[in-house]
Design a protein around this ligand. Structure first.
Ligand code: SF4
Ligand code: SF4
Length: 309
């Protein structure tokens, strides 16, 4: 992995500050926050529960200089189940000594099997217990991705493990450490790096009712959509390759709070809607919760249910 020079890093901080809605005067502050983290004053512990690892992959699939480089070169990332070279007993020793010391920022990827603790066991310890131990000693907890934020796909209808998000689990366990939820399936790397930097430099960001930072999730996708003018003119796409608003193809943009169309994905080149795919609301608390999730609205439009009687 390439190392970052100061100029490149300042460039990254300025683009991050812009998408966080911060003034240019905040850029040196962000720089300082990262320098502080690099000195090991703000260790990050990353624990992973019921997940597909897609959020870790999203984090690694980043720009130059990107969040992965920021995390590995500038943050004191004590443990990460995909990035760390350690395994087995050595991993458990690192995790346990970090927990004992406390004062870290805890990132959790994946949902918590609240009703079936043995469904996810790390080093012989149920993940539920490990999360409780770590959260009690953390400065703040960041739930990264929809599974960690709201339960996500593991919490879909039937939900045999009683999967839930971190905020819900900690509340039920009586643990009051603040939680920042960063949903998305997967979540955008900027949301994580931005939240870590903001928390370290300025304290907890302003959160909405679902613990999501308002700076990233404060607005509806629909209101920031490049196809909004088409919606207003009622120019609707009828197939995925069409120009026009994707509403009639099942787009969930009018119900979804996120900044995907402004921030863009994959080296800031594209987003679902820009690529002609309707938003499926992956940052929303009800994403994938029901088998009737509107993912399938297109099919329903093409084959309307036959009314009985
Ligand atoms: S494509 Fe979706 S988000 Fe964009 S204007 Fe149409 S309904 Fe709204
Ligand atoms: S546009 Fe919608 S479905 Fe696509 S990543 Fe953003 S919130 Fe998720």
């Amino acid at each position: 992995m390439k190392s970052l020079n100061r100029r490149k890093f300042l460039q990254y901080c300025s683009s991050l500050a812009a998408v966080m809605g911060l003034e240019a005067t905040a850029i040196p502050s962000l720089y300082k926050a990262v320098a502080q983290m690099a000195k090991g004053r703000a260790p990050v512990l990353w624990l992973q529960g019921q997940s597909c690892s897609g959020c870790s992959v999203s984090l690694l699939n980043s720009i130059d200089p990107g969040p992965a480089q920021i995390l590995t070169n500038y943050l004191s990332l004590g443990f990460h189940s995909t990035l760390s070279a350690s395994s087995g007993h050595m991993s458990m020793e690192i995790i346990n000594s970090m927990i004992e010391e406390g004062g870290f920022l805890l990132v959790i990827e994946g949902s918590i099997p609240a009703r079936m603790p043995m469904a996810c066991v790390v080093g012989g310890e149920p993940f539920t217990d490990q999360v409780s131990r770590a959260a009690k000693k953390a400065k703040a907890v960041i739930a990264y991705g929809t599974c960690a934020s709201f339960g996500g796909i593991p919490a879909s209808e039937n939900n045999p493990t009683g999967a839930c998000g971190v905020a819900e689990y900690l509340k039920s366990a009586g643990i009051s450490t603040p939680v920042i939820s960063l949903p998305g399936c997967p979540a955008h790397p900027d949301w994580l790096v931005g939240s870590l930097l903001y928390t370290l430099r300025f304290g907890l960001p302003k959160l909405d009712e679902f613990n999501r930072p308002v700076m990233f999730f404060g607005k509806l996708l629909h209101d920031q959509c490049p196809r909004f003018a088409d919606y207003e003119r009622e120019k609707f796409a009828t197939t995925f390759s069409d120009e026009g608003c994707l509403f009639r193809l099942g787009c969930m943009g009018p119900n979804t709070h996120t900044d995907c169309t402004l921030r863009l994905w994959n080296t800031r080149t594209n987003s679902c809607i820009k690529a002609g795919a309707p938003c499926i609301g992956c940052t929303m608390p009800n994403f994938s919760a029901k088998a009737s999730f509107p993912f399938y609205r297109k099919r329903e439009l093409l084959n309307p249910p036959v009314k009985e009687g």
